[in-house]
Design a protein around this ligand. Structure first.
Ligand SMILES: *[C@@H]1O[C@H](CO)[C@@H](O)[C@H](O)[C@H]1NC(C)=O
Ligand SMILES: *[C@@H]1O[C@H](CO)[C@@H](O)[C@H](O)[C@H]1NC(C)=O
Ligand SMILES: *[C@@H]1O[C@H](CO)[C@@H](O)[C@H](O)[C@H]1NC(C)=O
Ligand SMILES: *[C@@H]1O[C@H](CO)[C@@H](O)[C@H](O)[C@H]1NC(C)=O
Ligand SMILES: *[C@@H]1O[C@H](CO)[C@@H](O)[C@H](O)[C@H]1NC(C)=O
Ligand SMILES: *[C@@H]1O[C@H](CO)[C@@H](O)[C@H](O)[C@H]1NC(C)=O
Ligand SMILES: *[C@@H]1O[C@H](CO)[C@@H](O)[C@H](O)[C@H]1NC(C)=O
Ligand SMILES: *[C@@H]1O[C@H](CO)[C@@H](O)[C@H](O)[C@H]1NC(C)=O
Ligand SMILES: *[C@@H]1O[C@H](CO)[C@@H](O)[C@H](O)[C@H]1NC(C)=O
Length: 602
């Protein structure tokens, strides 16, 4: 029942170390992992089942990481239908472990975002339905972690994590009622700073808004060291635990041997205590970057050495295929400067950006689209042609080199003391704005002279070039600012038709001609045509008809030709107006012996 497209092999896990490349793909809903030699992809070292490492369905959001000791931690779904989410450890030297099966409190319809191997723990970033939120369905963003030396429980929690914990991430706009960006979309980990940057958005069904928040690993650790939140029974509310509980300290293997420290009591605790009471708060009260009406998708962060401090430069992809370049510094009053927005696609083309990756050795940013990869340079100092443009760009990659008299990177500068930056305020965003039309005003009656038919009454509407208005040399709006419609139009006659047939062939008759009021027809309240639509006149007036030919009435009978014995009566008639009347002009009647003969000679 799956389509050909769904049945392709989508690589969802790609792990590379110095010697091996491991890929796990959906493989037509039969997940498969293959290990190959780095540098010779045709040399397959191993094939293993990909279930619990890679999802069945290419659309499912999953993530995976391999630790230094070779274990694969995957956060994915373990079944064909995608209903059994799991954080699963396999390979390497540790026993396979998973999150509690079919326990929606551990993971509730999660979307896994990323996984990191940090210190004693493996961290997972995800968003899921908030179990602790009583009224209605709400999604929260989470950080979850397990201890890497967890070996699972005995009797209780067998083959299951005993150290699984999760905490909510708070990324919100402060205010009397904070505005929450609840849905984590992607993360970026800066190991040097122990900082996790995250992109958060509103729910897809609400107004689009996006933000970037950064979390200090120590803030995450602090939440995990705090109290839990638990439920007395499945129907009661979630309340903070009062007594500190410590059996989740990742000490089990090295300190006391496998699972020595785990009592039945502590396993029972581990089964019900996994949600932290404290919320992980971000580095700054407000997000580093916030923007309404747009959904951010991915980000990467580059650390840039400026003239006198390190800057974090964020590259944030938007849903419509642009990259926002923004600045964050540890200096709190200078957070979230937008540097520029880079358009990668031709205007009008919108395409989601699927991944971003910085390649430092190439000083470039790679951008993964659905079917291709783009590359842009991280810095473009040479586009700033003079000292003022160079300094006012406030771009930490660029400074003015007084010796070379050009805008360069620090590496390309001739002498550090001759290289200057001035990142004291956020750059002015490009003030040049092209005009854009606002919405049309409602239709209103108006008069319009189209120069042909004179003034007519119409419906008109207008719009202004004010959303935005052109500024600082920006282009004016293109297109009409007034629209005229449904103009009234007076009717007009067609030319007369030619005269029709005369009603007679001889003698006076009459004939007819017509015209219609559809040249043009009256419209939208226009006048109808004035005057008759038909005209009649006499015809054949001089043409007299021929005289009719007819018999005159019969004359009276003549006297009988004899007084007795078979005489004849006769009578005559005459043909008037000619001599071609049908029949005879004479009738005879003979009488013999009292019998009467009528005889009409032919
Ligand atoms: C690379 O990873 C494989 C397992 O995926 C592991 O066996 C191997 O030792 C690793 N090599 C290095 C150099 O880390
Ligand atoms: C790559 O691996 C294949 C299969 O193992 C082997 O036949 C081929 O010679 C290898 N190529 C190189 C360049 O090592
Ligand atoms: C995976 O995440 C993306 C981005 O948040 C989302 O649009 C998509 O629906 C998710 N996939 C599934 C199967 O839910
Ligand atoms: C999240 O942060 C905001 C802003 O600092 C704060 O007002 C709010 O109380 C925090 N929410 C939670 C649940 O911690
Ligand atoms: C993270 O928190 C620790 C301890 O509070 C602090 O020393 C460190 O400077 C913070 N890191 C950043 C990047 O702010
Ligand atoms: C760099 O400039 C400073 C001050 O102008 C000068 O003292 C120094 O010698 C220059 N260094 C080099 C390597 O040119
Ligand atoms: C740095 O920029 C600010 C703001 O534009 C300006 O007031 C200041 O004079 C500039 N400083 C230098 C040394 O150019
Ligand atoms: C500033 O924005 C306008 C309109 O968006 C654009 O046409 C122009 O090229 C931009 N200028 C710079 C220097 O980016
Ligand atoms: C113009 O007239 C047509 C037909 O009568 C009508 O459907 C349309 O809504 C009118 N347009 C406006 C702007 O009123």
């Amino acid at each position: 029942g799956k389509t050909e497209i769904e049945c392709q092999n989508y690589i969802r896990v790609l792990l590379v170390n110095k010697t091996e490349v491991m890929t796990c793909g959906t493989n037509a809903f039969q997940p498969l992992c293959i290990t190959r030699e780095v540098g010779n992809m045709s040399s397959v070292l191993e094939r293993i089942n990909g279930v619990a490492r890679c999802p069945y369905d290419p659309r499912h959001n999953s993530t995976a990481v391999v630790t230094e000791s070779g274990e694969l931690y995957a956060a994915t779904v373990i079944d064909f239908s995608g209903r059994d989410p799991v954080i699963y450890r396999s390979l390497g030297g540790m026993p396979p472990l998973r999150t509690a099966q079919y326990n929606s409190k551990w993971l509730n319809e999660p979307h896994f975002i990323s996984a990191y191997d940090i210190g004693l723990f493996t961290f997972f970033f995800l968003r899921e339905n908030a179990v602790e939120h009583d009224c209605g369905k709400t999604v929260y963003s989470r950080v979850a972690r397990v201890c890497k030396n967890d070996i699972g429980g005995r009797f209780l929690l067998e083959d299951t994590w005993t150290t699984f914990m999760k905490a909510r991430l708070n990324c919100s706009r402060s205010g009397e009622i904070p505005f929450y960006y609840n849905e984590l979309q992607s993360t970026f980990y800066l190991p040097e700073q122990d900082l996790i940057y995250g992109i958060f958005t509103t729910n897809v069904n609400s107004i689009a808004a996006s933000a970037v928040c950064a979390f200090n690993l120590s803030a995450i650790t602090q939440a995990f060291n705090g109290p839990f939140r638990s439920q007395e029974n499945p129907r009661s509310t979630w309340l903070p635990t009062t007594n500190p509980i410590h059996n989740f300290q990742c000490g089990t293997i090295d300190d006391e041997g496998p699972n020595e420290g785990l009592t039945e009591r502590s396993l029972q605790d581990a089964q019900r205590l996994y949600l932290m009471n404290d919320v992980v708060q971000p580095e700054s009260v407000d997000p580093l970057v916030m923007q309404d009406d747009v959904r951010f998708s991915n980000l990467v962060v580059d650390i840039v050495q400026g003239m006198d401090t390190l800057y974090h430069v964020m590259y944030i992809s938007t849903e419509y295929g642009t990259i926002l370049k923004a600045l964050a510094t540890p200096n709190k009053n200078l957070q979230g400067c937008y540097l520029e927005e880079m358009e990668l696609l031709p205007t009008g083309v919108r395409e989601p950006i699927l991944s971003l990756q910085i390649l430092h050795s190439d000083r470039s940013l790679f951008i993964g689209l659905n079917n291709r990869v783009l590359k842009i340079p991280l810095e473009r100092c040479s586009t700033y042609k003079n000292e003022m443009l160079c300094l006012e760009a406030r771009d930490p990659y660029c400074g003015w080199d007084f010796r070379q008299r050009r805008c360069t990177t620090l590496e390309d500068s001739s002498n550090m003391s001759q290289w200057k930056q001035n990142i004291t305020v956020c750059p002015l965003r490009n003030q040049t704005t092209n005009g854009g039309f606002g919405t049309w005003a409602p239709w209103q009656p108006c008069n319009n002279d189209d120069g042909v038919d004179g003034v007519s009454s119409c419906l008109c509407r207008s719009r202004s070039c004010d959303s935005p208005a052109p500024r600082c040399g920006g282009k004016n709006c293109e297109g009409p600012s007034i629209e005229v419609s449904n103009c009234s139009r007076n009717g007009g006659w067609t030319p007369w038709s030619s005269w029709g047939q005369c009603s007679t062939t001889c003698g006076t008759g009459f004939e007819l001609r017509q015209r219609s009021c559809n040249n043009p027809s009256p419209r939208h309240g226009g006048r109808v045509c004035v005057g008759p639509s038909r005209e009649e006149r006499f015809c054949n007036e001089g043409v007299s008809c021929p005289q009719p030919i007819f018999w005159s009435p019969w004359g009276s009978w003549t006297k009988c030709s004899t007084a007795c014995g078979g005489g004849v009566h006769s009578r005559v008639r005459t043909c008037e107006n000619g001599n071609s009347c049908p029949g005879c002009a004479l009738t005879n009647i003979s009488k013999t012996n009292g019998t009467e003969f009528h005889q009409t000679p032919q």
